[in-house]
Design a protein around this ligand. Structure first.
Ligand code: ZN
Length: 304
């Protein structure tokens, strides 16, 4: 028996939350860099994998978050609507999986708008969460996230099991001391590369060339979960996956078994990222958080 919350109502007895997240990149991850149809087919496998992933989530009665580029929403609207109708959250993930910071400010804004337009056209709703393709950010990206009214972002790594607030206006160089900017009302749901299936499982020259067995990835992910369960009450474990990666048989079997392991722990619940972020923000306003003892709150040096 486990304590998975099926109602969607806040469960105050929860000791640890797990946010399973899926980046439905599909074709979008390949269209800018490759004219090879065999490469494209690697993304196309997502169309096969999404129904498998959704069935697995249904079997465990878990709700999750899918970050979807606008390009994918238009290519696979039926899968996107299936994701939505089965109660999962849909987040913004660029237009065609562009590294946002590679573009000038105006183009970056156009990319965000194009992603919004496609998601709204297919789902009729506007996302409140963002994960940058490839973890690419610059100061303009933060400005756009703020201007667009996002509740949360999920590709920063200053924390592991607890959200925090992002800053704008940090300045750094190798010659001057670090200058912290202003904390803004944008919740960060922590991300880490070792919690991302792509780097463990996919061959991609110049980016990721290790092909790990599912048992290795389970050791890493379960190890993080087990540690957080013992030491980080109230926290959240975020796992980042891709249907076209995790949706292969041996990997999906590992995920199935791992979810069972996690769900067997009393007080563990599975949530959409927006639900956890909303709740955390309610309990931790920017002012409250800035007054907390978090090591991530910038503090001036005081001698003596
Ligand atoms: Zn992606």
């Amino acid at each position: 028996m486990n304590d998975i919350n099926l109602s969607g109502a806040p469960d105050t007895s929860a000791e640890l939350t797990v946010c399973l997240s899926f980046d439905f990149d599909a074709l979008s991850a390949w269209v800018a860099d490759s004219q090879n149809p065999a490469d494209i087919s690697r993304g196309e496998f997502a169309a096969v994998a999404v129904p498998r992933v959704l069935d697995l989530l249904d079997r465990h009665n878990t709700k999750s978050t899918f970050f979807i580029p606008g390009h994918t929403a238009l290519a696979y609207p039926n899968q996107v609507l299936d994701i939505q109708s089965r109660g999962h959250e849909i987040g913004h993930h660029g237009w065609a999986h562009e590294p946002a910071a590679d573009f000038d400010d105006d183009t970056q804004r156009e990319i965000f708008a194009k992603g919004f337009d496609a998601l709204e056209k297919v789902t009729g709703t506007r996302p409140v969460g963002y994960r940058s393709p490839g973890g690419s950010y610059n100061a303009t990206t933060i400005d756009i996230l703020k201007e667009s009214g996002f509740l949360y972002d999920s590709h920063f790594s200053a924390s592991d099991f607890h959200p925090y607030y992002l800053r704008e206006g940090d300045k750094w160089s190798a010659t001057d001391e670090y200058s912290f900017g202003t904390t803004i009302d944008l919740v960060e749901m922590p991300f880490a590369w070792h919690m991302d299936d792509y780097v463990h499982f996919e061959f991609y020259g110049g980016f990721s060339t290790t092909l790990n067995p599912p048992s290795t990835v389970r050791e890493v992910w379960q190890g993080e979960f087990d540690w957080a369960y013992r030491h980080e009450a109230g926290g959240v474990v975020v796992i980042c996956m891709h249907p076209e990666v995790i949706g292969r048989g041996s990997r999906l079997a590992m995920l199935d078994s791992l979810i069972s392991h996690m769900a067997a722990h009393p007080g563990v619940r599975f949530e959409r990222m927006r639900d956890y972020a909303e709740n955390w923000r309610k309990q931790n306003s920017v002012e409250t958080w800035l007054a907390s003892s978090s090591p991530l709150v910038p503090r001036p040096f005081t001698a003596g």
